[in-house]
Design a protein around this ligand. Sequence first.
Ligand code: NDP
Ligand code: CA
Length: 319
Amino acid sequence: DRPPLLHRKFTHLNDGDGVPGTSVRVMQWNILAQALGEGLDSFVQCPPEALSWSRRKYLILEEILTYRPHILCLQEVDHYYDTLQPVMAGLGYNGNFCPKPWSPCLAVEGNNGPDGCALFFDQSRYEFLDSVNIRLSAMRIPTNQVAVVTMLRCRSTGRCVCVAVTHLKARSGWEWLRSAQGSDLLRHFQNLVQKHASGDHAGVPSSAIPLFICGDFNAVPTEEVYQRFITSPLCLDSAYKKLSQDGLTEPQYTTWKIRPTGECCTTLDYIWYSQDTLRVDTVLDMPTEEQIGPNRLPSFSYPSDHLSLVCDFSFKEKE
Ligand code: NDP
Ligand code: CA
């Protein structure tokens, strides 16, 4: 007995003129580490029973199954080996996981190991080519933040895509670190893409491989790291801007919670895509304030303090 899950609708941006069966659905979600939710986060308005793993795991899986993404990018995963990996494998997904070197989860009594980033893909759609786990550096000094970068090939079209998932340093005062971490990720990305673009595709610019970078950037759109991504030579754009009337504005929130220090309603999560090769076709709406409810997130209706982002993309025609 519990309130219904948040019901969200897709906004369709194009008239479905893409080739059927070739679109790709990407989901980005910080699922809230079990150890952090129960141990360190202080979600003061959330009933403790709503934070139990026995409840949350079903809501997390229900959310993923509701949207059935081809590519799933998760942060704060501290139940990879015992839950997510085996369940997702049973659903036809392959995954890669990169734990944080000094996860704050390890400081919580009864923790289930470190949290980290996980990247899953639908094996019926994609063939695995390559994956690297990256520890992000800032001015060449290794940090506590990581990324998974995976290269995939579409089984039906033969087309490659490169996908990354990351979770940048949290909290105010660390804007410079997020910026350095973002730059480091962009650099890694460029190297990997160039490696795969060379050889028989010599001469083709690296941007010819469609890219997705999904993450909890812990940065609002005015921050330096956001600006670095917008102006990167990889020609990236943020998909959720397409939800707005003018197509240029990020949503008002991707996370909404109440801590002892007050309410936190802000935009920190993004799906970046290469705009020269990909087009956004549909975007999953953000729930309204009323749907989220007065106690905000997480809740009995939603298992994380971050909302999932889900988009369908199609490939732009080659000229
Ligand atoms: P971050 O500052 O990046 O934050 C880690 C997590 O804390 C994120 O998942 C973040 O969630 C969450 N968070 C953000 N704001 C708050 C808040 N106000 N209250 C509670 N949680 C919040 O951490 P680092 O990766 O840099 O790790 C440093 C932390 O780990 C330190 O707090 C340190 O105490 C602890 N640590 C523990 C060790 C151990 O004992 N094993 C070793 C080293 C560090 P979100 O992204 O959703 O905002
Ligand atoms: Ca968190």
